[in-house]
Unconditional design. Structure first.
Length: 69
C-alpha cells in the first residue's frame, strides 16, 4: 500500500490495520457475499472462497480498512 486508504476522493483517510484472528469470520462473510450471485454460473468456487483466511490473518499481507456508517 502506498498511502492511507480513502472511501472516496477528498474524504478523510480510513483507518487501516493488520487483520487478526477475530476478523476472519467477517472477512469470510464479505468474500462469500461478494461472489454469491456468481456461484451458479461457475463450475467451481473461485480462489478467494477457497483461501485460508485464518492463516492469512497471521501474516502482514492482510490489511483491513474499516468504514462505519
Amino acid at each position: 500500500m502506498t498511502g492511507p486508504a480513502r472511501a472516496s476522493a477528498g474524504s478523510e483517510p480510513l483507518p487501516v490495520r493488520k487483520a487478526t484472528a477475530a476478523d476472519v469470520p467477517s472477512i469470510q462473510d464479505v468474500i462469500t457475499a461478494a461472489y454469491a450471485k456468481y456461484l451458479s454460473r461457475m463450475d467451481r468456487p473461485p480462489a478467494p472462497l477457497l483461501c485460508d483466511y485464518a492463516a492469512a490473518g497471521r501474516t502482514p499481507a492482510v490489511a483491513l480498512a474499516s468504514v462505519r456508517g
